[in-house]
Write a protein of this length. Structure first.
Length: 253
């Protein structure tokens, strides 16, 4: 898992180009849940800043942390200089400051589960908010999902990241909500889904796949062949199910 977590730097420019950003609805959901102005925020695993810019544009003082130097360099190209950036893994962040909001966008599953929530609680001020959200992008058409699966099958059985708690995807509460419900430091755990469908070219869809860790870890020749086969298996334009899964919790006072 560590190798996969630190694999993204090799594709930092593609990550910025092809990974989907986050809509205003995410910010609105988080701020409404907070119930009071958010002045400071800490981001865990900022990547190239896809979520950073969403919160920074609202005037929130964001400290964006990211362990991969190449990803952080790409972030700095696109964000204003008043966003504080720190190179470092979640497990290495100092615990001498706390924030109104601590959030992670498609990165929390890369953190070490041992001591995760006690450390998180130290970073969220009492009464503050923790938020986790991500976009498990899929082809909307089941027939095209199967075509893409067949195309990658000789080289890659599964291109997803397993749920950290192993729960089936059809259960009412998903990770990390399941863990948040069990820890003493957080309460009022909520789960929401923001529906979103997008039309993209098959080439751009494969570009997005090129930033997924399972593909990044393939041998270059195998990766190129998977992408060639996938593009050939799909129509020129495809619809994506790009719904956003959000989990919220409040730091107990």
């Amino acid at each position: 898992m560590i190798a996969r977590a630190l694999s993204f730097g090799a594709v930092a420019e593609a990550y910025e180009r092809f990974r989907l950003g986050y809509p205003e609805e995410v910010l609105e959901l988080v701020t409404a849940y907070a119930g009071e102005p958010i002045g400071t925020a800490l981001e865990i695993g900022a990547g190239t800043g896809k979520a950073t810019r969403l919160f920074a544009q609202r005037g929130i003082a964001v400290t964006a942390t990211e362990p991969d130097a190449a990803m952080l360099a790409e972030l700095r190209k696109h964000l204003p200089s008043d966003v504080t950036t720190v190179q470092g893994a979640f497990e290495d962040l100092p615990l001498d400051s706390s924030y109104d909001l601590v959030y992670s966008a498609a990165a929390l599953h890369w953190t070490n589960p041992e001591g995760r929530w006690e450390r998180m609680a130290a970073l969220v001020r009492p009464g503050g908010v923790f938020a986790s959200f991500g976009v498990p992008v899929q082809l909307a058409d089941p027939a095209l999902q199967e075509a893409a699966r067949v195309a990658r099958a000789p080289y890659l059985g599964d291109d997803g990241v397993p749920s950290p708690d192993g729960r089936a995807a059809d259960l009412p509460m998903q990770w990390p909500g399941t863990e948040l419900q069990q820890v003493e430091w957080f309460g009022d755990v909520r789960q929401a889904v923001i529906e979103r469908r997008l039309m993209v070219s098959a080439v751009d869809y494969v570009g997005q796949l090129s930033t997924v860790s399972a593909y990044v870890m393939l041998e270059p020749a195998d990766r190129d062949e998977v992408f060639r086969r996938t593009v050939e298996a799909l129509p020129e334009t495809v619809e994506l199910n790009a719904e956003i899964h959000v989990h919220l919790a409040r730091r107990e006072r």
